[in-house]
Design a protein around this ligand. Structure first.
Ligand code: NAD
Length: 507
C-alpha cells in the first residue's frame, strides 16, 4: 500500500551463518545432523544448528541431574551464585550488538527491538542475583516452650526450560537466572527458529565461570527433544513459554511423573478506551501495543474495546498513526515493523483477515501481505479491522500479527464483560482519567496483569503470568523466583520431652 511509511532494504554486510552446537556437561557438541534457519527478511541462512536427538537430550538431562546431586551449584552459597549471575549481566551488556543482529536475522524483528530485548535482559540477571541473596524462609518461635519450627526453601532440582521464537533472549532471561539463583540446574531448548541467541548466552555463561553441567542446551524440535524434556523422570520441573496447544501437550507429558509445570501461553489482550481518557496517549499506546515485535507478542493488544461515542474518531487517529509506523527492513535502525517469522505464519495471519472480511468485518488499513523492495515477501501490512463482532475468530483467537480488531461498548459493565469473554487471561488495560473507573476495571478484569493508562510496561520486580488458558504459575519478581523453590518444614524439639510417653510401660 503506497501510503505506508516503508523502509526499503539497506545495504549492509551480513554476518556468516552462525554455527550453533549443543552444550552438554560443559562441552560443545556438534551432533551428527544439522538444521538450517533461513532469515525471514533477508533470505540468507542465518544459522546452522546441531539437530538434537533423544541420546543428546538424555545426556543433557543426566549432566544436569549429576550436577544438581553433586551440590556443585545447589549447595554453594547464594553469594557465590549471585557473583556469577552478575558477571553474566555484564557480559550480556558487552555483547548486545552481536546477539541482537543474529536475533533480528533469525526472527525478522526490528533491530532496535532486538537491542532493547537483549540489553534489557541484563537487568533480569541482576535482579535474580539480588533475590538469591535475600531469599529466606520463616521461623516459628511460639509453638510451645519445647518446639521450634523453621521453614526453609530448597532448589526444586533439575528444570527443563523450553522457549519460543518471538523473544528468545528475553524469555530465557525470565526463567534461567531465576532458576540458577534458586540453585537449580537446567536443560534449555530454544525454538528451532531462533536457536542462536541461546547458544551465545551459553558462551557467556561459560565465560562467567558457571560450572559444567549446571546449564545444558539441546537444540532441535519439540519432537523428540522438548517432549523428552517434559516427560523425563530425572527432571523435577518444566517451565514452558509458547502456544497454548503445546502447553497442553507438555502438561500431559509431565503428568506421568507429576513434575511441576509452569506455563506462559497465548493471549487475546484487550485495551478498553473510555471517552474521558487522554486519547492521544491512548492511540499511541494502541499503535505500539499491536505493532511491537510485528504483533507476534503474547502481550499484543490485539483487541481494543472503544466507547461507541468516540470509536470513529479514535480509529481514524490509530489508522493515521499506523500509516506513519516505519515498516520494512528489520536491520534499519528506524524500522518499527519488520518481517513475519515464516511464510506459513504470514498465510495464517492473512487467513484470519480474509475470514473476518467474509464474516462482515471492514478493513480500515492494510489487510494483505506486502513485499518490501530488496527483501522477501514475508511482510504483513499494519492492519486495522472494524465492524467486528465478539464471536468472530479474529476477535477471539490469537492472530499473532500486526492486525488490530476493534469492538465497541456503551457501559463499563459491557466493556468488562467483553474483556472477560475470552479463553485467555494474560493482560488487559484501560484508559480513563477517572481513578474509580480504572480501579473497578482492574479489580474485575480476569488477567495476570492489568495496565491502567499505559501498556506493556514491565519490571523485574513484578510477577508476570496469565490466568485461564494463558498459563499457570508466575515468572520474574519474588513470586517467579519462588516457583523454582520447594518449601520444607523443620520441626525441632528444644530440650527434653516433657510430655507423657505415648506408650505406657507397665514396669
Ligand atoms: P510453540 O508452542 O510452537 O513452540 C514453543 C516451544 O515449544 C519451541 O521451542 C518448540 O520447539 C517447543 N515444542 C513444540 N512442540 C513441543 C512438544 N510437543 N513438547 C515440548 N516442546 C515442544 O510456540 P511459538 O510459535 O514458538 O511461540 C508463539 C506462542 O508463544 C504464542 O502462542 C505466544 O502467545 C506464546 N508466548 C507466550 C508468552 C507468555 O509469556 N505468556 C510469551 C511469548 C510467547
Amino acid at each position: 500500500m503506497k501510503d505506508l511509511t516503508i523502509n526499503p532494504a539497506t545495504a549492509r554486510d551480513l554476518p556468516p551463518a552462525f554455527s550453533a552446537r549443543h552444550l552438554i556437561d560443559g562441552d560443545w557438541v556438534a551432533g551428527a545432523q544439522t538444521f538450517e534457519r533461513r532469515s525471514p527478511s533477508h533470505g540468507v541462512v542465518a544459522s546452522r544448528s546441531a539437530l538434537g536427538t533423544e541420546a543428546e537430550t538424555e545426556a543433557a538431562i543426566a549432566a544436569a541431574r549429576r550436577a544438581f546431586d553433586a551440590g556443585i551449584w545447589s549447595r554453594i552459597s547464594a553469594r557465590e551464585r549471585a557473583a556469577i549471575l552478575l558477571k553474566v549481566a555484564d557480559l550480556i551488556e558487552a555483547n548486545v550488538e552481536r546477539i541482537a543482529v543474529q536475533e533480528t536475522l533469525e526472527s525478522g524483528k526490528p533491530i532496535s527491538q532486538s537491542r532493547g530485548e537483549v540489553g534489557g535482559a541484563a537487568d533480569l540477571w541482576r535482579y535474580a542475583a539480588a533475590l538469591a541473596r535475600t531469599s529466606h524462609g520463616d521461623s516459628h518461635n511460639a509453638l510451645g516452650d519445647d518446639m521450634l519450627g523453621v521453614v526453609v526453601k530448597d532448589p526444586i532440582g533439575v528444570v527443563s526450560i523450553i522457549t519460543p521464537w518471538n523473544f528468545p533472549f528475553w524469555i530465557l532471561s525470565q526463567k534461567l537466572p531465576f532458576a540458577l539463583a534458586a540453585g537449580c540446574t537446567v536443560v534449555v531448548k530454544p525454538s528451532e527458529m531462533t536457536p542462536s541467541s541461546t547458544v551465545m548466552l551459553g558462551e557467556l555463561l561459560i565465560e562467567a565461570g558457571l560450572p559444567a553441567g549446571v546449564c545444558n542446551i539441546v537444540l532441535g524440535y519439540g519432537q523428540p527433544v522438548g517432549s523428552l524434556m517434559s516427560a523425563h523422570k530425572d527432571v523435577d520441573m518444566v517451565t514452558f513459554t509458547g502456544s497454548t496447544a503445546v502447553g497442553k501437550r507438555i502438561t500431559q507429558a509431565a503428568s506421568g511423573t507429576l513434575k511441576k509445570v509452569a506455563l506462559e501461553l497465548g493471549g487475546k489482550n484487550p485495551q478498553v478506551i473510555m471517552p474521558d481518557a487522554d486519547l492521544e496517549n491512548a492511540a499511541d499506546a494502541v499503535t505500539f501495543g499491536i505493532y511491537f515485535n510485528v504483533g507476534q507478542c503474547c502481550n499484543s493488544s490485539s483487541r481494543i474495546i472503544v466507547h461507541a461515542d468516540i470509536a470513529e474518531a479514535f480509529v481514524t487517529r490509530v489508522v493515521a498513526l499506523s500509516r506513519q509506523v516505519r515498516f520494512g527492513d528489520p536491520l534499519d535502525d528506524s524500522t518499527q515493523v519488520g518481517a513475519i517469522v515464516t511464510p506459513e505464519h504470514t498465510a495464517r495471519i492473512d487467513a484470519y483477515v480474509k475470514d473476518a472480511i467474509k464474516a462482515g468485518a471492514r478493513i480500515e488499513l492494510g489487510g494483505e501481505p506486502l513485499p518490501v523492495a530488496g527483501l522477501g515477501t514475508q511482510f504483513y501490512q499494519p492492519t486495522v479491522v472494524t465492524n467486528v463482532t465478539p464471536d468472530m475468530a479474529i476477535a477471539r483467537e490469537e492472530v499473532f500479527g500486526p492486525v488490530l480488531t476493534v469492538l465497541t461498548f456503551r457501559t463499563l459493565d459491557e466493556a468488562i464483560a467483553l474483556t472477560n469473554d475470552s479463553d485467555y487471561g494474560l493482560s488487559a488495560g484501560i484508559w480513563s482519567n477517572d481513578i474509580h473507573t480504572c480501579l473497578e476495571f482492574a479489580r474485575r478484569a480476569h488477567a495476570g496483569t492489568v495496565w491502567t493508562n499505559t501498556w506493556m510496561d514491565g519490571f523485574p520486580e513484578l510477577a508476570f503470568g496469565g490466568v485461564k488458558q494463558s498459563g499457570q504459575g508466575r515468572e520474574i519478581g519474588k513470586y517467579g523466583f519462588d516457583e523454582f523453590l520447594e518449601v520444607k518444614s523443620l520441626v525441632m524439639r528444644v530440650g527434653r520431652d516433657s510430655r507423657s510417653p505415648w506408650v505406657t510401660t507397665s514396669a
